[in-house]
Write a protein that binds this ligand. Structure first.
Ligand SMILES: [Ca+2]
Ligand SMILES: [Ca+2]
Ligand SMILES: [Ca+2]
Length: 460
């Protein structure tokens, strides 16, 4: 009996008093919690040294602000989501008091408090220049300035085509040398914790007036009594043409001819037409120029003068063609060239009337469009003749030649079963020099004998 009591006392001494549980608080992430949209959230984890069943809402203490979500978890590990307060700076402290939960035998010790700094307050940023979201300026540099309410923040002026400009101080300013065109600026104030406020600005820079260029409305070579028409084009790449003020006093006419007049017609902001009248006298020239400042763009930049002048030429003389001499040439080629030389440039390719040939493709003009080269395709053996040439000069004066001239004699229109006329000096010889008996073999024999002869592409 004594021995039994002794063993029970030993057992009681071995069990001792129940030990308290440890509990540790930890968080997701690290450092200062900054604000973004949506707000940054932090997971708070509560870890017990033994499984507990009664860690409930309210057992995780929070002081300092923000919103704490529901506690979830079982056993040794529980979590809760904390959302920092918006637009605020401060510190939040999480705690678990002693005996907040129990494993059924003992409660927990108090946890070491978990402290988290937060900064969800972005710098206040006011951009006073440019004062509005979108501006158009006619000169550079462009001043960008404003204020911030956080002295520790920095300000960056970002522009897509340039390195950012970094500024500091509660009041800041910079001057940007922007090129003509549209520039999207972002003014960004960033605090030391990385919270940023952005203000966008669009700046359109236009330092150049509308450009004025000469166009073509009608021929500049005219016959006496015919008016010349000149198109004047206006354009402005950046802010567009706002108004054209071109009128006849802006037009200069340089000529020895008395009585030349100009009228300006048209509306809108794209072009005007100059009509020059009173033109006469074969060979008379009129130089037409335009002064500067005949239009403004969207920000009132004035137009520059067009480059150069336009020359009107009075032309009452019909074009002529260098006479062709009848040719004794022969050919066996598939095509041959015909070159015609005229006294002046023509309005378009001359029209030919040919005998025994057609024109291949388009005529090619060269030497100031006074020399035209045609490619002729003979239709059959025999003479190719040119019987008519029709053309007009740039003023519309006509040429109509009806002489018939021998251009070429085609000698090789060999066809199977036909008749071959051998060129002078060529002696029939070899196998198959009779005509028409042996088809392709016969033609092949002739080619060997003749040496220089070639088959026309139309031959079988
Ligand atoms: Ca801040
Ligand atoms: Ca402009
Ligand atoms: Ca002429």
């Amino acid at each position: 009996m004594v021995a039994l009591l002794f063993r029970l006392c030993l057992a009681a001494l071995a069990m001792g008093p129940a030990l308290a549980l440890d509990v540790v608080l930890s968080r997701s992430g690290s450092g200062v919690v900054i604000g973004t949209t949506p707000a940054t959230q932090v997971t708070i984890t509560i870890t017990f040294s033994a499984a507990v069943a009664d860690f409930l809402e309210g057992d995780l203490g929070v002081a300092g602000g923000g919103a704490l979500g529901s506690i979830s978890g079982t056993g040794t590990t529980y979590t809760a989501i904390w959302t920092p307060p918006a637009s605020a700076t401060g510190q939040v402290v999480f705690t678990v008091d002693a005996a907040a939960a129990s494993d059924g035998v003992a409660g927990n010790n108090a946890a070491t408090p978990l402290t988290i700094d937060f900064d969800t307050l972005a710098p206040g940023l006011v951009v006073t220049a440019p004062a509005v979201a979108s501006i158009t300026v006619g000169s550079v540099p462009v001043t960008v300035e404003g204020t911030i309410d956080d002295a520790a923040a920095i300000v960056e002026i970002r522009e897509e085509d340039a390195d950012p400009v970094t500024l500091s101080g509660l009041s800041w300013q910079t001057n940007l040398s922007l090129t003509d065109g549209v520039h999207a600026l972002s003014i960004v104030a960033t605090d030391p914790n990385g919270n940023a406020t952005t203000v966008p600005r669009s700046v359109t820079v236009d330092t150049v007036g509308p450009t004025v260029t000469w166009g073509t409305a009608g021929p500049l070579h005219v016959r006496s009594g015919v008016n010349a028409e000149i198109l004047v084009n206006y354009a402005d790449a950046t802010t567009g043409v706002s108004n054209i003020s071109l009128d006849y006093p802006d037009v200069t006419l340089t000529t020895s001819l008395v009585g030349v007049l100009v009228a300006v017609d048209g509306s809108g902001t794209a072009s005007r037409t100059l009509t020059v009248s009173g033109l006469s006298g074969d060979g008379t020239t009129v130089e037409v120029g335009i002064a500067a400042q005949t239009a403004i763009d969207g920000i009132n930049n004035l137009a520059t003068a067009p480059v150069g002048t336009v020359t009107i030429i009075v032309d009452d003389t019909d074009p002529t063609m260098t006479p062709l001499v009848a040719s004794t040439a022969t050919t066996s080629a598939a095509t041959f060239p015909l070159v015609l030389a005229f006294s002046e440039a023509l309005a378009q390719a001359p029209t030919l009337t040919l005998q025994n040939a057609s024109v291949v493709g388009s005529a090619v003009a060269s030497v100031g469009s006074t020399v035209w080269t045609f490619t002729l395709d003979p239709l059959a053996t025999g003479a190719v003749r040119l019987s008519r040439v029709q053309a007009t000069d740039l003023a519309g004066n006509p040429l109509d030649l009806t002489d018939t001239v021998l251009l070429m004699t085609v000698v090789d229109a060999v066809v199977v079963g036909g008749t071959v006329t051998l060129p002078p000096g060529l002696t029939p010889g070899g196998r198959g020099c009779g005509v028409g008996a042996a088809g392709g073999l016969l033609i092949g024999a002739l080619l060997v004998v003749a040496g220089a002869w070639r088959r026309r592409r139309s031959d079988p």
